[in-house]
Design a protein around this ligand. Sequence first.
Ligand SMILES: Cc1cc2nc3c(=O)[nH]c(=O)nc-3n(C[C@H](O)[C@H](O)[C@H](O)COP(=O)(O)O)c2cc1C
Length: 442
Amino acid sequence: MTTTTKKKAHLLGFIQHGVNSHATGMWRHVKDKIGWDFARPEYWQHMARTMERGMFDAMFIADELAPYNTHEDSSDAIVKWAVQCPTHEPSTIVPIITAATRHLGVGVTLSTAFEHPYSMCRRLSSLDHLSGGRVAWNIVSSYSKSEWDAYGHTMTERSGRYDRLEEYMEVCYQLWDSWEPDAIIADKVSGIYADPAKIKVVHHEGKYYKCHGRHFCAPSPQGRPVLWQAGSSNQGRDFAAKHAEAIFAVHPNVDRMKQYASDLNERLAGKFDRKPGSVKLIYGLQTVVAETRAEAQEKYARIKECIPPEGALAWMSGHFGLDFSKFDGDAIVQNIEVPGIQGLFESIIYAKGGAPVTVKEAAMIYAQGMGMPVAVGTAKDIADQMEHYMDDGGADGFMLAATYTPGCFEEFADLVVPELQRRGRFRTQYTGATLRENLLED
Ligand SMILES: Cc1cc2nc3c(=O)[nH]c(=O)nc-3n(C[C@H](O)[C@H](O)[C@H](O)COP(=O)(O)O)c2cc1C
């Protein structure tokens, strides 16, 4: 008789370095940040320790570079309703998080649009050193017009962005791989610190970037950060299949998850000669857990009450690059190619299992947590749903979208994690020394 071991879930806490993360209006929830200030280190230390107590693989810090300005050609509604705003620079909290923990990784979203690969590599290598090898980079290239406006550039099209990104990665790999492992001698007697013959000078002259110089950091514990990506358009999926070690996606139901998993695995094997299943598929999930189902439903209702309709619409306009204020609220959202995040747009289109979704409905669904499935119930109910997504949808893990913080992560660690562990679907201890070892383990 053969027995198959069911895979264990990987978990990421999905947040932003701001007053509000991906559930619009949560900053005003009665349980949000009681006694905590998001702009202070103590809050991040507590969030980090909570996630480590729950044995999460990592905290995932999402980011964008400026308040969205697509809605009514302005960022007024964004600042008014705290739609991912204010948001502070994400890499600043990485050392705070990793100094407060021993195992928890941190995935930091950093855009390639306005930063040269040289300084990007230096920053990420420095963070990987300081964390002892617990850093991941969520590679983004700025999909929002507001980011390009803020930096004084004209936004390039999706295809142009991916084109640049390819070359960007080429430079990064050269820099990260330029020091041989034994380049550092550190012989105090002779005074020789490093062997120049073992530290390559990178010479890159490309279409978009030039780089001549040595990487300024010695190899970090992971060599390079764990590479994360969340592109969902055709080109985005190719980019992810080629470069990423973990991929993020939001799919409202198990059929869409399954289709995505098989598409990704085909690209891995067919186009990039990588083993199907070798890249972790992490799906977005929002959870509302309580001791009883009735209590969980009550909690869920309180969460939804916080969503401001205008803020919801403005957020959707920002993410998809279309001004939804110009649409009739009762119009049906069409399945079109959008200038913004295509993959997340599809989570709206299929939010009701393929039935038509109006603009008003889409905004409210999206504002709850970017169209992620919401698991509401007891720990058992939520674990059932997670097992279903792993066994039938191809999920290797979940990015758990914050509602009120730190409470939602405390509740998950206290209630859902033990249930998953009892079922043998989640680790009972960290086994790896680095984030890569923990995240890529089966
Ligand atoms: C789950 C998820 C999370 C994302 N988080 C960010 C983010 O924090 N910052 C950002 O600039 N883009 C983010 N994106 C956008 C993508 O990484 C990508 O840049 C964008 O989707 C455009 O590429 P695409 O058209 O191929 O999807 C996210 C996308 C998804 C699906």
